[in-house]
Design a protein around this ligand. Structure first.
Ligand SMILES: O=P(O)(O)OC[C@H]1O[C@H](O)[C@H](O)[C@@H](O)[C@@H]1O
Length: 553
């Protein structure tokens, strides 16, 4: 292998992990639990209101030590400090990635190109506070003087997934009187269905786009603007009802948004890390500014933990390195996110963008091809629903699927014994994954059912659950603004740590751009217009013909 391809995999720490991996061949977690009654307590760490039980992993103390040694050998601590200091960690775009500054309470200076970032952040938070309070307290109203009842947030990707997740997660804190709607897709159904639910006199539209160039967002915003004008007939009223969050102020102004209603975004915030900025306005409208600030405080608590906790007790570091363990040494190709909480149902969607856009890369920061696997497929869904669907494959399929179970100790909605039932389901799944069911147990079960010997022999193999499937269990007291903030920040840092190990730029997303470029060439052809002379292929041409033949547009 050429030397430049082998930096990571030729490290002695990598070799040690390979040896550890071989040593664990055939070793069952359930035996490790039996041999060591202290295992659960030893592999349990806490920070920023979250606790992680990582005992149900294929690890020993030696493995953990070797994983942390690998992290150190990749200069993780220095790279982390560079991130938090605002160094240009996004090398291909030559920018810092300062989402942590968005939740920094302002006690320490962070500068970018000589500008005091913290002061800008605090100013923006104060502007948000004024707007949100004015709307919630009905000092600011729609064009006929009626209070606002609905906020329609139009944005996609990072300008959508984070606010939607948190808006849902903090529903118990929602203020009466304001409903938030989210429109992301260019599928016209989404904007049409949303507009059917709202009234022009009482609806505030938030155009959420860092670039103000995203097709889906701009087209949906145009539809919303026209819908509004058709009903109110007054161009002047647009400025009362349309606001924007963007780094591209001139484009927002061209669209007709009053500059006083434009909230800033900055180059140094990646879209998928932007819910903490004014992109979080829908959250603030829903739960009030005090709760939004509590969300930031929770995330800041995790930033502090990430910065200060020793690596062995550092939640994002330990979770990241466990991910590296399965991804790079055990051949795992996916990672499941399984929140056992209805309020956190959109967490897998948000983490999918966060992780897959960040670490879906195949060259190093210097541009050399990776000779190791980078980010896995992130997927998942809310428990217990998944147990009646895809958990079968986790338990008995041929693939190794590490999972994160996430569950609060207390519910906002105590009803009957539901929360204990939910908790029992969560624990039963991680235990089933870990312990499984042996052939002997399967046989005994069938015999106890009164099956014949022949039947028992025939069926037993199907009933075996191999077990030894790894999982983490993340718990928190309850789903609050603080714990939700900490939880999302935890995964942000987990993603960063893995990017450091794989030596990729976790803050660009060039892969997304190609589809956007090609779309610009295909659209005119679908519409039968001139242009769109870019390279094509017979499949694309044929499908365009089919679309045109039905008069599809
Ligand atoms: O906020 P915008 O500029 O409209 O971008 C919205 C989204 O666009 C792209 O798809 C990027 O890959 C995402 O990271 C981004 O969040």
């Amino acid at each position: 292998m050429p030397a430049h391809l082998a930096v990571l995999t030729s490290k002695p720490e990598w070799q040690t992990l390979k040896e550890q991996r071989e040593r664990l061949d055939g070793v069952l977690m359930k035996d490790l639990f039996e041999q060591d009654p202290g295992r659960a307590k030893r592999y349990f760490i806490e920070g920023a209101g979250l606790s992680l039980d990582f005992s149900k992993n294929r690890i020993t103390d030696e493995v953990l030590e070797a994983l942390l040694a690998l992290a150190r050998s990749c200069n993780l601590e220095a790279r982390r400090d560079a991130l938090l200091r605002g160094e240009r960690v996004n090398v291909t775009e030559d920018r810092p990635a300062l989402h942590t500054a968005l939740r920094n309470p302002g006690t320490e200076a962070v500068t970018v190109d000589g500008e005091d970032v913290i002061a800008e952040v605090q100013n923006t938070l104060n502007r948000m506070e004024t707007l949100v309070n004015d709307v919630l307290d009905q000092r600011r109203t729609g064009y006929t003087g009626k209070p606002f009842t609905d906020v329609v947030s139009i944005g996609i990707g990072g300008s959508y997934l984070g606010p939607k997740l948190v808006g849902e997660a903090l529903q118990p804190y929602a203020r009466a009187g304001i409903r938030c709607h989210y429109v992301a897709n260019i599928d016209g159904t989404e904007i049409c269905e949303t507009l059917r639910q709202v009234h022009p006199e009482t609806t505030l539209f938030l155009i959420q786009s860092k670039s103000f160039r995203t097709q889906e967002t701009l087209e949906n915003s145009k539809v919303a603007r026209q819908w509004f004008l058709d009903r109110c007939g007054d161009e002047q009223a647009v400025s009362q009802h349309f606001m924007a969050v963007t780094a591209n102020v001139p484009a927002a102004q061209d669209f007709g948004v009053d500059p006083a209603n434009v909230f800033p975004m900055w180059d140094w915030v990646g879209g998928r890390y932007s819910l903490w900025s004014a992109i979080g306005l829908p959250i603030a409208f829903s739960v009030g500014m005090a709760n939004f600030r509590a969300l930031l405080a929770g995330a800041h608590g995790m930033d502090q933990h990430f910065r200060e906790a020793p690596l062995a007790e550092n939640l994002p570091v330990v979770m990241a390195m466990l991910g590296i363990w399965y991804n790079n040494f055990w051949g795992a190709e996916t990672h499941a996110i399984l929140p056992y909480d209805h309020y956190l149902r959109s967490l897998p969607d948000h983490l999918q963008q966060l992780d897959m856009e960040s670490n879906g890369k195949s060259v190093t920061q210097a541009g050399a091809p990776l000779a190791w696997q980078s980010g896995p497929v992130i997927w998942g869904g809310v428990g217990a629903n998944g147990q009646h669907a895809y958990h079968q494959l986790i338990h008995q399929g041929t693939r190794l699927i590490p999972a994160d179970f996430i569950i609060p100790l207390k519910t906002h909605n105590p009803v009957a014994t539901h929360h204990a039932d939910l908790f029992a389901n969560c624990l039963s799944q991680s235990r089933a994954m870990m312990a499984g069911k042996s052939l002997e147990e399967a046989r005994a079960e069938l015999a106890a059912e009164g099956r014949s010997e022949a039947e028992t022999e025939q069926l037993a193999a199907h009933k075996v659950i191999p077990g030894n499937k790894p999982s983490n269990t993340l718990i928190m007291e309850s789903v609050t603004p603080e714990t939700v903030g900490a939880l999302i920040a935890l995964y942000e840092h987990r993603t960063f740590v893995q990017g450091v190990i794989w030596d990729v730029d976790s803050f660009d997303q060039w892969g997304v751009e190609l589809g956007k470029q090609l779309g610009k060439g295909i659209l005119p052809r679908l519409l039968g217009e001139k242009g769109g002379n870019q390279a094509s292929d017979s499949s694309t041409d044929h499908l365009i013909e089919r679309f045109r033949s039905t008069g599809g547009a």
